[in-house]
Write a protein that binds this ligand. Structure first.
Ligand SMILES: NC(=O)c1ccc[n+]([C@@H]2O[C@H](COP(=O)([O-])OP(=O)(O)OC[C@H]3O[C@@H](n4cnc5c(N)ncnc54)[C@H](O)[C@@H]3O)[C@@H](O)[C@H]2O)c1
Length: 377
């Protein structure tokens, strides 16, 4: 069993810690928790006397008995804590997003590269979803042919004004470095790049609808690839909202919803139909297939969270010394972060952004937003 510590035991980190301490992981056990909120640490350790409590991650690292850590603190602290853990040679999983800016994200990745013995993972728990895994196989095997278009509509992460009124770090430039995009959409952006690769260009528009917050809760982006575009549309104010990822290829189409995936494979590719038909229209036989999330898996994930799989796989990787078992390598975190920063940059500059953009320019514009936000308070 890999001795794990959780740094930040709020909503998400608290769930990670409870899953670990309640024996929900096959290969990981909780040995310590750490939070700057002393009451949280004391309450947790009172309930679980075998778990050691720390109020600073530096003291946890000095203790030296945790071999792996899960970092679940607000976004602006991800970078420094991850760098300290990796430098101490501790296997490190970072909650999404990797950091707030690509500039800092690259520093974390460079730190990890200097300490290759420490495994480094990202909490991209959606990658454990069997429907996205199936879609990845269909795309990479060429089963759906050349990609012609993709669109992802994700509008079912509803957040009310009461959610934002809880205060804290959410939906502010100073607190989390953005809104819906950096908090909720990071999962979908990772899936887009995981399945389709990275685009060359980003054009976007972000706005705030029906909420008193300084960041966006509604946005669209067009990701320009060499041979196709991907349209991304997200919001957190619609009811009931939808979750639909469509990838159209020359030989088939994949449509993934919340719990069901439908994919259609054509007997003849569209270019072949087009070449053969002398009429103004054409068609071919098609084969429809379904893949579901699976009721047992769904129930398990609803109770314990998909995140449990990511931590357990990471522990297994450490235990077996096999990096391939890590669900998402830490260095992968820079890709979704590049899409996030690129969307904000395009929106701020009101122009199409070509990748790679200037990391320093992004960091500077973000700090201007932080400043403007504090003046408007
Ligand atoms: N993977 C997912 O599906 C998922 C879901 C929710 C949140 N998250 C991520 O988890 C992270 C935490 O989110 P949350 O909702 O649990 O936030 P939260 O505010 O509920 O908890 C954060 C905790 O971190 C503690 N903290 C702050 N600074 C610290 C520091 N320097 N050292 C130690 N502890 C510190 C706070 O006291 C708090 O207890 C964020 O990165 C968030 O994006 C991921």
């Amino acid at each position: 069993m890999v001795p794990f510590a959780v740094i930040g035991i709020g909503r998400m980190g608290g769930t990670h810690a409870r899953n670990l301490v309640n024996g929900k992981m096959k290969k990981a056990k909780l040995v310590a928790v750490c939070d700057i909120d002393k009451e949280k640490v004391d309450a947790f350790c009172k309930k679980h006397p075998d778990v050691k409590g720390f109020y600073s991650h530096k003291d946890l690292l000095a203790w030296g008995q945790a071999k792996a850590v899960m970092i679940a603190v607000p976004h602006y602290f991800h970078g420094d804590i991850a760098k300290d853990c990796l430098t101490a040679g501790i296997h490190t999983v970072v909650e999404k997003p990797l950091t707030v800016t690509t500039k800092e994200g690259k520093e974390v990745i460079e730190t990890a590269a200097r300490h290759p013995d420490a495994y480094f993972g990202m909490m991209f728990n959606q990658r454990t979803n069997r429907m996205y895994r199936k879609a990845k196989k269909l795309i990479e095997s060429g089963a759906i042919g050349e990609i012609q278009r993709a669109n992802y509509v994700i509008t079912d992460w509803y957040r009310s004004q009461a959610y934002y009124n809880q205060g804290g770090w959410r939906a502010s430039w100073a607190g989390e470095g953005g809104g819906t995009l950096i908090n909720q959409c990071v999962h979908q952006l990772d899936l887009i790049q995981w399945l389709l690769g990275m685009p060359e260009k980003i054009t976007s528009c972000c706005k705030t609808v029906g909420r008193n917050i300084s960041t966006e809760n509604d946005l669209y982006a067009v990701f320009g690839y060499k041979n196709f575009d991907c349209y991304f549309c997200a919001s957190t104010h619609e009811l009931p909202g939808e979750n639909r990822f469509t990838v159209v290829g020359t030989k088939g189409t994949v449509v993934i919803g919340s719990h069901t995936m439908r994919y259609t494979l054509l007997e003849k590719s569209e270019p072949q139909v087009n070449a053969e038909t002398t009429k103004g229209y054409g068609n071919t036989k098609r084969h429809k297939h379904f893949c579901t999330y699976g009721p047992v898996r769904l129930l398990n994930d609803l109770i314990f969270g998909q995140q449990r799989r990511v931590i357990d796989a990471f522990a297994k990787a450490v235990d077996k010394q096999d990096r391939n078992l890590v669900v998402a390598e830490g260095s992968e975190g820079i890709k979704a972060l590049t899409l996030i920063n690129g969307i904000y940059l395009s929106n701020w500059k009101k122009e199409t952004v070509t990748l790679p953009f200037d990391d320093d320019e992004y960091a500077k514009l973000l700090s201007e937003h932080v400043q403007a936000e504090s003046q408007n308070k």
